[in-house]
Design a protein around this ligand. Sequence first.
Ligand code: SF4
Ligand code: ZN
Length: 308
Amino acid sequence: MMKCKKCGERASIKMTQHNMALCQEHFLDWLPQHTQRTIEKFRMFTPDDKVLVAVSGGKDSLALWDVLLGLGYRTDGIYIDLGITDPQSGLPYSAKSKKYSLQFAEQHNLNLHIVDMKQEYGETITEINHRVRHGRQKPCSICGLVKRHILNEVTREGGYPVLVTGHNLDDEAATLFGNTLTWTVDLLQRQAPLLPAMSGFARKAKPFCKLYERETAAYALMRNIAYVYEECPFAGGARTIQHKKLLNQLEKRSPGTKMQFYGNFLKAREELFAVERQPILPEEHCPVCGQPTHSGQLCAFCRLVGKM
Ligand code: SF4
Ligand code: ZN
């Protein structure tokens, strides 16, 4: 029997990469403490800040919201209803994830902003994708643009000092892997646990960036958090998922690989970008929405929705 490192009782989770097994009670202590250390280490925010949590209805963002509440932070949530339905099965993915997000907010008496694409801009992500690309490609790049824009807008207009997302170590390692394969320097420079606010972009933090996905999943399970199990119907086959699989194979052979890959990158990153290599930031503002843009003309988001 595997024993808890803290109390010697039967362990519920074995974390080979940390060389440690914990029972449920001690795991539920450990994970928030681990998150708190990450928040402090990268100076993400303090108890004085009102934090905006980007909620997708999935396990990571709801677990993060739960952890932040437990740690005593003041939080609001933001959910974007993208209007995504599975084209094959008809599963109303967005409706379902919205239900879980609302449910969590109501249970804990929390404020959740909801931005409904259809109501606000007249089209869902699926519809925009059909109009722009005739539905031949996945909507992910459009969806990413829309999400970044709306999250930035709500954070800034609501006066929140920071936006947090539920990205975990598996997400970060997979993104890093992708950016390294192509040596996309700008993206590597911007891949950080904390991005300070600059030229129209809100401050962004990822308090779960050092936790494995199986740890955040175990937390959600042990805390009985109801979340949407299904992935977005467009997620399958995405490059990040392929990279996650590859990294999982490596991790299986030598536990700790993902942690090392990402952790050592963060150290190297400080050196690599120490000689203030100026990130390429837009200096002009979109005449319609006021968000940063390179061109001095309509930003990509306004161009996209302007045609609605
Ligand atoms: Fe949007 Fe693509 Fe993510 Fe689905 S998988 S939520 S379409 S970015
Ligand atoms: Zn704009």
